[in-house]
Design a protein around this ligand. Structure first.
Ligand SMILES: NC(=O)c1ccc[n+]([C@@H]2O[C@H](COP(=O)([O-])OP(=O)(O)OC[C@H]3O[C@@H](n4cnc5c(N)ncnc54)[C@H](OP(=O)(O)O)[C@@H]3O)[C@@H](O)[C@H]2O)c1
Length: 258
């Protein structure tokens, strides 16, 4: 199996790193010299990596071609590339729907949209794919887990989750900044938050991911957990997040309905 990556940026690099660490039976991984730093880093990791300056060379030497370009670049670039009917395309581009991808990658018939996350490099990415494709599903399972969307609408809803990463990091950063501001040193702040986050995940799993149960059990009546939650609910903190998740969905839907 020969894989090719058009656009070797953050997400493509994470997926490649995850696949290299896994037991995937891959003969060759073709990447772009364009993303110079990533291309150097990946070439140092494995002899299976081959870098090309032309996207067409990546395509011509790959049975599965991954599109890791930004939306505007992808439409422009794919228009000038030539594909073979036997190839499979996997697009990471959130705002290009299957219909547009079929036009751009004609005569390819096997086209999958996928949303891996940077944690793929550690085998910890939940990857959304649509539509289902046995081989592509099994590849992404090697970099974490795979959720298959039932239709494009559900695919858009699942992609909304991937918009939460930076917000999640910002919430944790707010906690960290609070500690630093109050003279807790960096090492202790990191130590606390690291095991706090890991421990919380175990707590959710103990409750079989019944988060209502966790929310209840993590509060002591009249205690500080109850107080902070009530204060934030009163300030419409959660409602605001929900409203904005819907806005992200509408952006994805608008782009994908074209
Ligand atoms: N990051 C995520 O967590 C994530 C998750 C799911 C999906 N996605 C989607 O994946 C796509 C890529 O995202 P990203 O975060 O990986 O972006 P990125 O880091 O900016 O990667 C894009 C790469 O494309 C390269 N590039 C630009 N023009 C090119 C061309 N004509 N030919 C070949 N390569 C070219 C860029 O190289 P230069 O740096 O040299 O310009 C860059 O390395 C986006 O559509 C994004 O929505 C991202």
């Amino acid at each position: 199996m020969k894989l090719g990556f058009i656009g070797t940026g953050t997400i493509a690099t994470s997926v490649i790193e995850g696949l290299l660490k896994s037991k995937a039976k891959i003969g060759q991984i073709n990447i772009s010299t364009r993303s110079y730093k990533n291309s150097i880093k990946l070439r140092k990791k494995s002899k299976k990596i081959r870098a090309y300056s032309e996207n067409q060379d990546i395509i011509d030497n790959s049975s599965i071609v991954f599109i890791g370009l930004l939306p505007k670049v992808a439409s422009k670039e794919l228009k000038i590339c030539q594909f073979k009917k036997s190839q499979t395309i996997v697009s990471f581009v959130s705002t290009l729907n299957i219909k547009s991808l079929k036009k751009l990658c004609n005569p390819v018939k096997k086209i999958v949209k996928a949303a891996p996350l940077p944690m793929a490099s550690d085998g910890l990415s939940p990857t959304i794919i649509y539509p289902n494709h046995k081989l592509i599903k099994s590849l992404f399972e090697l970099t974490g887990s795979v959720i298959v969307a039932k239709n494009e609408n559900q695919n858009n809803h699942l992609w909304v989750m991937s918009s939460f990463m930076a917000t999640y990091a910002s919430i944790i950063n707010l906690l960290k900044k609070y500690l630093l501001k109050n003279k807790v040193n960096n090492e202790d702040a990191n130590k606390y938050l690291n095991i706090f986050l890991t421990g919380m995940l175990f707590e959710f799993n103990h409750q079989n991911f019944d988060l209502n149960k966790s929310i209840k059990s993590l509060q002591t009546r009249g205690g500080i957990n109850e107080e902070l939650l009530k204060r934030l609910q009163k300030d419409k903190f959660f409602k605001k997040i929900d409203i904005n998740l819907k806005k992200i969905f509408l952006r994805l839907k608008k782009a994908n309905d074209k």
